[in-house]
Write a protein that binds this ligand. Structure first.
Ligand code: GLP
Length: 259
């Protein structure tokens, strides 16, 4: 794992954005895995400002609430259109987000998985992290081998997301999410985490044991996982000096393109 610690949230998002910029420039037909939440907003703003060519890019989003439609203001469909897709030249036909109103959700999950395979697999997957360590909507106790499926949210996640819905009671209980196994199949993963409310989850993911109780810890099994953190999210890591030293001494062939 590569742990990159930046002084603040904006710099951490910029660092994560550089991985996406480099992929989009070098691989115009890349398949990107995308995430929602407050954390990636500055990253998406930066990608929009860069005026990259998205015309041949394909995207798969991690998750969606079950029972709400694409036009619901809190749907992840709406989030992605508002914050990224309507600002770039992506072909709307290349966008894939689980359908919260699918007639047969279980069948839909299988189709979503097959869609990723047909597209050639995900080249670069963006992740946030829940305060309980969830990635996508894979809550603690999710199978580390799981595929896209229906999950039930924990009360903690519903409380965390209540601010978007105007109350925890209005947050749907069920979701469709890529599985941890699905995420681990991506060729590269960039997890962006900012703020001290993520520090415990990040410390568990990076330095704790691999455990279904901290789903992000499964990334320890991934050959190319990068954590882009601000100093608050990194504040409970024990080996910050080492991670900083590694980053400062990266061999030139491993460095990211300059902007
Ligand atoms: C939701 C999303 C996750 C996201 C998490 C954290 O649960 N399904 O993909 O990582 O929220 O969101 P935030 O960035 O707002 O803290």
């Amino acid at each position: 794992m590569e742990i990159i610690i930046q002084p603040d949230a904006r710099a951490a998002a910029s660092m994560a954005a550089r991985f996406f910029t480099q992929t989009i420039r070098r691989q115009p037909s890349a398949v990107l895995g995308l995430a929602t939440g407050s954390t990636p907003l500055p990253l998406y703003r930066e990608l929009v400002q860069k005026r990259l060519d998205w015309s041949s890019i394909t995207t798969f989003n991690l998750d969606e609430y079950l029972g709400i439609g694409a036009d619901h203001p809190q749907s992840y469909h709406c989030f992605m259109q508002e914050n990224l897709f309507r600002h770039v030249n992506i072909d709307q036909g290349n966008i894939h987000i689980p359908d919260g109103l699918a007639e047969n959700p279980e069948e839909h999950c299988g189709q979503f998985e097959r869609g990723i395979q047909t597209a050639g697999g995900i080249d670069l997957q963006l992740l946030g992290i829940g305060s309980d360590g969830h990635i996508g909507f894979n809550e603690p106790s999710s199978s580390l081998a799981s595929r896209t499926r229906i999950k039930t949210l924990t009360e903690r996640t519903r409380l965390d997301n209540a601010r978007f819905f105007g109350g925890a009671g209005l947050v749907p209980r069920h979701v469709i999410t890529m599985g941890i196994g699905t995420i681990l199949d991506s060729r590269k993963v960039v997890l962006l985490a900012t703020g001290d409310h993520k520090a415990d989850a990040v410390a568990g993911a990076v330095e704790g044991p691999v455990s279904a109780m901290n789903p992000a810890s499964a990334l320890q099994l991934h050959p190319h996982a990068v954590f882009c953190l601000d100093s608050a999210a990194a504040s409970k890591l024990a080996r910050v000096d080492y991670y900083n030293w590694v980053f400062q001494n990266k061999p030139s062939w491993q460095r990211l393109d300059e902007d």
